[in-house]
Design a protein around this ligand. Structure first.
Ligand SMILES: Cc1cc2nc3c(=O)[nH]c(=O)nc-3n(C[C@H](O)[C@H](O)[C@H](O)COP(=O)(O)OP(=O)(O)OC[C@H]3O[C@@H](n4cnc5c(N)ncnc54)[C@H](O)[C@@H]3O)c2cc1C
Length: 388
């Protein structure tokens, strides 16, 4: 009998799950083709890494998204609308009052993004299409002063993104001849950049950021903001207030409310899964990507990043296809991951390795250069070509 797979969310993880399932499932042993139903609330499917280029005018908004509907076909149906209810026990999803039942469920709903300290009233959330677009408009008109990039809270997806944003802004300002009139600062509650990847890599990124005369303020917890000031609590317990003229920030990340109310969520506040198979506590229900919490041996969770959502999706799709064909699932997610680090001036760095490394992740950075930037550009083109 034909099987139905419900894929919740058409972001990085959801798209790859659906496409890989459509390619793999039902091919062997004469099983009927599968039905894949993807649920997504957004009409525009944004390629998030390109938001950083949009911030500094290297992309136009319409260049970095495609219509969600374009992923439909080859056994994939897209149901537009907000998921109102998820029932992992019954493997069902409700959208606009209609219940959809499946044999398997893959939850890839990412994070819910919210502004803190009223930052949305006087600054731009560069983790959204609109925020990155408006930030670029403001940057184009900027004539000098103080630019701040702020991380108000942890966790945030793509640990490299705010550092890349600061370096791309710095290159933009320098090219405009405004560098000696502009102070660029990056504030974060983290002890250092991309700390999960290890001291060596974190130190190397800090050194690159500071070599560009970007003022870096780790262990700065934002506690209040006004139209032109930011107040932080420091590690010492003291508070510090600084001024800004232009501000880009990361939003607070929380587990999507539709999932928060279910038994899928553990103590971490996110979905807890088997770190190799991405299975939840419910039979035939999987969760992948940013919505999951995977503790690492070093005490911190696996970072939220598209590369992990991507690999996890491919593995889950393969294993579901195996189950459907009555075979034993035979792939595991092993914690491998890579990322690019845009440095400005057409250059990028590249880091990758084993995040499940014991006792510490084993992640190394390659020598920065033009090659990595162009590899990132190529990946953007490949993404749109392959999936839309
Ligand atoms: C500026 C920026 C740069 C980045 N750069 C990189 C990078 O270089 N490398 C990298 O690895 N990662 C990068 N990332 C992170 C990456 O985009 C995410 O980690 C990745 O998209 C996570 O995939 P996901 O499938 O878990 O969630 P998402 O891709 O966020 O997808 C979740 C989907 O679920 C939908 N959804 C949520 N709730 C509902 C609901 N109730 N009903 C219906 N639909 C719903 C959402 O609309 C969304 O489409 C970057 C992120 C940003 C913001």
């Amino acid at each position: 009998m034909s099987k139905t797979i419900l894929v919740l969310g058409a972001g990085t993880g959801g798209i790859i799950t659906a496409k890989e399932l459509s390619r793999e499932a039902g091919k062997g042993s004469g099983v009927n083709p599968v039905k894949i139903i993807v649920f997504e609330k957004e009409e525009k499917n944004v390629f998030a890494p390109s938001l950083l280029w949009l911030m500094v005018g290297k992309r136009k908004p319409e260049q970095i998204y495609r219509s969600t509907n374009k992923i439909a076909g080859s056994g994939i149906e897209v149901v537009p609308g907000v998921i109102e209810k998820v029932n992992p026990e019954a493997i069902s999803v409700t959208v606009r009052g209609k219940e959809y039942k499946g044999d398997y469920m893959v939850i890839s709903l990412g994070v819910e993004q919210v502004a803190e300290h009223n930052l949305d009233n006087f600054a731009q959330d560069f983790y959204t299409l609109e925020g990155a677009k408006i930030f670029n408009e403001q940057l184009q008109k900027f004539e000098g002063g103080k630019i701040a990039v702020v991380i108000p809270s942890l966790p945030f997806k793509c640990p490299a993104a705010p550092y890349e944003a600061a370096m791309l802004i710095e290159a933009f300002i320098r090219k405009k001849g405004l560098r000696n009139k502009t102070e660029i600062s990056l504030y974060t509650p983290e002890p250092g950049p991309m700390a999960v990847a290890g001291k060596e890599l974190s130190g190397a990124v800090k050194q690159i950021v500071e070599s560009k005369n970007i003022h870096y303020f780790p262990l700065h917890q934002l506690i209040a903001a006004t139209e032109n000031t930011l107040t932080f609590r420091l590690a010492s317990g003291e508070t510090k207030t600084t001024a800004f003229d232009l501000l880009a920030y990361t939003p607070k990340h929380q587990c999507p409310s539709v999932i928060k109310e279910t038994a899928l969520v553990g103590k971490s506040g996110w979905i807890e899964v088997d770190r190799n198979t991405m299975e939840t506590a419910f039979l035939n229900v999987y969760a992948i990507g940013d919505i999951t919490h995977i503790p690492l041996e070093m005490g911190k969770p696996l970072p939220k990043a598209g590369v992990f959502a991507h690999y996890q999706a491919a593995i889950v799709a393969h294993n579901i296809a195996k189950k459907i064909e009555g075979e034993i699932p035979d792939k595991i997610f092993n914690g491998e991951g890579q990322c690019f680090l845009e440095l400005g001036d057409g250059k990028a760095g590249y880091a990758g390795g084993d995040f499940y490394g014991s006792p510490l992740p084993n992640v190394k950075m390659k020598k920065p250069g033009y090659w990595w930037h162009w590899t990132k550009v190529f990946f953007e083109k490949y993404w749109f070509f392959k999936y839309f």
